[in-house]
Design a protein around this ligand. Sequence first.
Ligand code: ZN
Length: 582
Amino acid sequence: MGTCVIFVEEQHKMKSTQIITLIFLYILSLISCKEEVGPDLIFHSANIYTVEEEQGNAQALAIKDGFILAIGDNKSVLSAKGSNTKIIDAKGQFLMPGFIEGHGHFTGMGNSLINLNLLNTKNWEEVLSMVKSKVGETKKGAWLKGRGWHQEKWDTPLQEHVHGYPYHDELSKLTADNPVILFHASGHSLFANEKAMNAVGISKETPDPIGGKIIRDNAGQAIGVFEERAMKPFREAFNSYEESISKEETYALWLKGINLAQELCLQQGVTSFQDAGSTFKELNDYKTLAEAGDLDIRLWAMIRESHEDIESNLSPYPIIGAGNNFFTCRAIKSEVDGALGSFGAWLLKPYHDKPGFEGQNTTSLKDVVKIAKLAKQKDLQMCVHSIGDRANRVVLDMFEAHMPKKGYAEGSRWRIEHAQHLNPADIGRFSELGVIASMQAVHCTSDAPFVEKRLGEKRSKEGAYAWRSLLDSGARIANGTDVPVEDISPLDCIYAAVTRKRKDNDLAFFTEQKMSRAEAIKSYTLDNAYAAFEENSKGSIKVGKLADIILLDKNLMTCSEKEILDAKVTMTVVGGEIKYVR
Ligand SMILES: [Zn+2]
């Protein structure tokens, strides 16, 4: 463009012949200017699913400077091509906006990719054998951390157990030289070996902390399982062990995990990731990576810190669109209960399989209200983990009392994370109050084997993963996997959303609550963007939005249900850059 301007300015001083020559050159340069402003990238012959109300029948899409420049039929979009435009023939593949993971744990995902990942273990024996081989490659005295076991999903019953949990003895025998902590898949309890329990001073006399439980045998001895707040001493001991390792070594290991996590996200077509709670240190590290151009996917994060530390560190927040729109932090996370599997979900009435017990309130409501007030002051979204029907009710009550009613366009978009088990009386309140139900469809099918056991039939049918009821009431559902609680697979999650069937054995869970294909895709794109105040830049194929797009080898709107599971992401583009090709 610069050359065009120079010609225009100089022509006033020239003689007529020179002027004619220059006009000729000017026209030529205009042509070349037009070529320069051509798109960077054009996809044509695609089956484009825009996620906008007006789908049209777009076949082609042009990208310039990281944004969507044009959408239309092959002929019109290809006619805009310039000399430097890269042209990609999509060969009829399904082109859609990149998936947005609506609730995951980025650092946790990274850790799960370098630590012991027990997510796919099918019984306690498998857990033991994985620990055994890992301990063989770990130096004496070093702490060993793992995550992902889930006693309710084991295929072999235990000979001896307490509430379905094994005793630590076998594990402790295998790991006499190393303290070992193995987090439950839900993250709401952990298994410790004898060495770890000795390291933090657990004995018969150790009382249960407020908001936590030490699982004990009839004689009062800890069996190795520590729920909710009872995990705290182990986390602290592990952290101080980590601090004893050099900072460089720790950071290098963290970064290795983060890079593996990014790679996996791109493979799965995830172009944005909503992190459900990181420390100030982690948030700072994410921001540094974003600003250095080292993030391949876009992060949107919630602050998750101890109540004492949060207030004094809030001044830099919110951070919006740092590092060329690769890092945003504009939310705070809190939580009021635990998970259903570990009897931590806080219920209105006792558990069906634990009479008299209504679950746990893990953070005092006084503290949660304190954080809500800070969120309001700082114009941050408040996101509260609530699983049980009582947890959801008290948080809706709290939001109703404290959520700012004005200020943001269309409400303040406070979120309930999980919103898993609802009393029917509370379902309509999500849309009435403008509260986002941030749910994970794959949790439904993953937990299906034990939900009815915990809640009984009536509560399961009326209010467990009540997507249909919520959508019909006008609520918005954000979708995700809670990785590393589940694998980060948007397609597995969409399959769960539209079938409510497990992919391994077809076990179905109250299928009347399923979503339509369009709803499931929208929950994974545009509604997730909405849940983060990003619907103007992400979540659909629209001119002016960020060019975060993916190609798939199956048409998700028309393929068979089973084909959703077989579909492969063949290309992932973030900000107009091709980041992954299958
Ligand atoms: Zn989570």
